[in-house]
Design a protein around this ligand. Structure first.
Ligand SMILES: NCCCC(=O)O
Length: 776
């Protein structure tokens, strides 16, 4: 408690509560202003004549317990106090105001801002010359709307009612102004996780309600997470001390340097009570704001103490009290109460009620603007919007809630500084990037497929050109042609599979997707259908126990292939009619990345599937049909394994092809399904597998035939050579001798084959490829 100086005038004692430490040590800046006010009142002969204001001063440490203790200690001292001045921190004002009215004390705070203090049922004799923090929300909303910031996040020190209620008021008001709150983060001790959460929610505009001791930790985290600069805007409370980021609070440590904090905080906005009267005329004290400010700084030298920005409110508090006491004294004299201010006691409800009534109607021009109280005891006034520019909070706009339209009036000559040259966008825009097959990969695979098609065509030409050769004839050239047709379909499927929205429109990609399914399935049916059916003919012939001539014509085999193809057509037609394929989109926000060309945009990959609701039924049926075909192929390949006539025995070829296809399907289908979002990898896998399986099959079928053809370039029929040819000692020319030798060899081979066939079938079996139709 400060000691006081005696005077001849009657002393009227006030009970002063000030925070000089703790989360908001605003008493450091406020006390000098209050003392200035007391001095000026005492020096003014027109107000409270014969009286002299005195004040006790206690440090509340911005702590409710310490503040309440100080109040009680003062109340139990012999000197009666007429009023309580303070407290500064809302928590202390709440704790003391809930009790002070029981001593019939009117309490007036110079800075407490909690909206909770507007509750007259709890804080019955409480007034404040500082507006509630929630009254700045309309200004914040107006600021947000001015820059088209419609998406924000809030960060609140929720254990402090001042902030919890202010944020709650903001959350209530924001939606009706078209502002969407992306996330509302609250913390009590450590705010770092909540800062990270803001980033996780892609919040760019942050409305913060917290004390400066937490602000240092918050902005340190923001620095580390790069939540500052041209992409971010912070709107925080405006009552921090000057250069607050340089202060140290052992209870709220952080590990950022001052330079790092200064980098992180540049450009933040504050919304706060406008502390200076816009009127140039002197008010009740005889001073203008400028005169007060000059005197204040000359006396105190303060420019960076917490609370100095609100000093005008401290000064006006004293004038409000003096004015109220002055008028109350006059009223008591007028109404012949027979007691005066100095007779006030803590039991004097009548005088306390008089104080209340007079206070309600108190109205004067202060250095902070017009002072008056609403029905809740709150000060109403202008809100200022400041921006931190070069480490100084500069007023850039003023908001007057009484003006219709609620727009911020920007300060002429004090432009807002944007770090990026323009206001940051309120959110990260999302750009959908379809996951498409890379063009280079498509062309690489298409080249492979074209290679496969060319190879198939060469085999086709070879097959047609030499179809009358016995070796080719015996391996069923017509069916081989069908196999090659199936291979060409499979190669075309590779090309179709790679045509998605990278090359054609959505509609086009749907058509290519359907065509891919058709061609791959038909290719499979044609190739394996033909291969297995011709082997089935061999099987039928060599297992014919009746020893009858076996006649299975090509068209019968082709009919089997047609049945296969027909099944495909039926299933695909039913699929198309009942449950047509569609392009289905699926966004993948978890895989999003920042656009390298635009920081404010993220690229969200979008998978595009060619699907239908019941596609698994139809693909299941197709897999079942193809599976049965493969099983059938495996069976006949096994049955005909002992046929040693090379031109007849495709069992090894079928075995290898089967093995090949089954293995590739067993690996390929599940892997392709698992990797379906990795379009390039999936396409590569499918293409390579289809190419490999198809190429291997046709090469196994045709390369031996080509080799055979090269070994025996002429057909196995004797030709009469010209007499001009060179002759050997046997009388034949060299060429004729060669032909004869080969014919002999062929003859021996055929005899061996016949013997084998006969032994195997248990009979003499006629191989008459012209008549029997055994063009295998
Ligand atoms: N104007 C400063 C507010 C501090 C508080 O109410 O706790």
């Amino acid at each position: 408690t400060n000691d006081t100086v005696a005077d001849h005038r009657t002393e009227l004692w006030l009970l002063g509560l000030f925070p000089f430490s703790g989360p908001w040590p605003g008493g450091l800046g406020q006390l000098p202003a209050v003392l200035m006010g007391i001095e000026d009142v005492n020096n003014d002969p027109t107000i409270l004549p014969g009286y002299k204001l005195r004040m006790t001063v206690d440090n509340t440490a911005c702590d409710a317990g310490v503040g309440t203790n100080a109040l009680y200690e003062q109340l139990y001292k012999p000197t009666t106090k007429l009023m309580v001045v303070g407290a500064g921190c809302s928590a202390v004002s709440q704790a003391t105001a809930i009790a002070s009215h029981l001593w019939n004390l009117v309490q007036l705070s110079y800075s407490s801002a909690s909206p909770a203090l507007s509750d007259k049922s709890m804080y019955k004799k409480f007034y404040r010359v500082f507006p509630p923090e929630s009254s700045f929300n309309p200004a914040k909303i107006s600021l947000l709307r001015a820059f088209d910031w419609n998406k924000v996040g809030t960060l609140t020190e929720s254990q402090v009612e001042l902030f919890a209620l202010t944020t709650s008021d903001f959350l209530q008001k924001a939606p009706s102004h078209g502002i969407e709150v992306l996330t509302s983060e609250s913390f009590s001790i450590d705010p770092r996780e909540q800062v990270r959460n803001l980033k996780r929610h892609s919040v760019r505009i942050i409305v913060g309600n917290f004390y400066e001791n937490k602000a240092r930790v918050i902005f340190c985290e923001a620095y580390k997470k790069k939540m500052y600069g041209p992409k971010y805007a912070w709107i925080i409370t405006g009552f921090f001390s000057r250069l607050w980021w340089k202060n140290v609070d052992p209870d709220n440590p952080h590990d950022c340097s001052i330079e790092q904090l200064e980098e992180a905080i540049q450009g933040y906005f504050t919304a706060d009570a406008n502390p200076n009267s816009l009127s140039q005329a002197p008010g009740i004290s005889g001073k203008t704001y400028d005169q007060f400010a000059t005197e204040y700084s000359n006396r105190t030298g303060y420019s960076n103490k917490t609370g100095y920005g609100e000093a005008p409110y401290g000064y006006d508090s004293v004038w409000a009290i003096a004015s109220m006491l002055n008028r109350s004294q006059q009223e008591m004299e007028l109404n012949v109460w027979n007691r005066s201010l100095e007779n006030f006691s803590y039991q004097d409800t009548e005088m306390a009620n008089l104080f209340l009534r007079v206070m309600n109607s108190t109205q004067f021009q202060g250095v902070s603007g017009p002072v008056m109280f609403d029905e809740k005891g709150d000060r109403r006034g202008l809100t200022q919007i400041e921006q931190l520019q070069d480490n100084t909070e500069v007023r850039v706009g003023v908001y007057d809630p009484s003006v219709r339209g609620e727009l911020v009036r920007w300060e002429p000559g004090r432009p807002i500084r944007w770090i990026g040259g323009r206001p940051p966008p309120d959110s990260i825009t999302e750009k959908i990037v379809p996951k498409v097959i890379s063009t280079n990969l498509f062309f690489a695979m298409t080249s492979l497929a074209v290679l496969g098609i060319v190879m198939s065509l060469i085999f086709l030409v070879f097959n047609i050109r030499y179809r009358h050769r016995r070796y080719i004839k015996m391996s069923s050239p017509n069916l081989n042609n069908v196999i090659l047709l199936g291979a060409i379909f499979a190669f075309i499927a590779i090309i179709l599979c790679g045509i998605d929205t990278n090359l054609v429109s959505l509609e086009g990609s749907l058509i290519t997707c359907k065509c891919y399914n058709w061609t791959l399935s038909l290719g499979f049916s044609l190739a394996f259908g033909a291969m297995f059916s011709k082997t089935w003919r061999v099987h039928k012939i060599f297992t014919n126990k009746q020893m009858q001539r076996m006649v299975i014509k090509d068209f019968q085999l082709l009919a089997i292939v047609c049945i296969q193809v027909g099944l495909d057509v039926v299933v695909f037609s039913a699929w198309e009619a009942l449950d047509p394929l569609q392009i289905v989109f699926f966004d993948r926000p978890l895989e999003q990345v920042t656009d390298p060309d635009n920081d404010n945009q993220v690229l969200v990959p979008q998978s595009r599937y060619c699907e239908s609701e019941n596609m698994w039924y139809f693909t299941g049926i197709l897999y079942a049909i193809k599976g049965l075909l493969l099983l059938f192929g495996a069976f006949i390949a096994f049955e005909t394994r002992k046929v040693t006539v090379p031109a007849l025995n495709d069992s090894k070829l079928i075995g290898i092809s089967l093995y090949n296809v089954v293995i590739l399907c067993l690996i390929g289908v599940p892997v392709a399904l698992m990797m379906k979002d990795e379009v390039d990898a999936c396409y590569t896998l499918i293409s390579i597998f289809v190419f490999f399986a198809t190429t291997l099959t046709i090469c196994l079928l045709f390369i031996p035939k080509i080799i055979n053809r090269n070994k025996h370039p002429k057909p196995g029929t004797m030709k009469i050579k010209s007499h001009e040819s060179a002759t050997t000692s046997t009388g034949f020319s060299d060429i004729e001798a060669e032909d004869i030798a080969r014919l002999r060899e062929d003859n021996e081979n055929l005899k061996t084959s016949l013997r084998e066939v006969s032994t195997w079938c248990g009979s003499n079996f006629l191989l008459d490829d012209e008549e029997s139709g055994i063009n295998i």
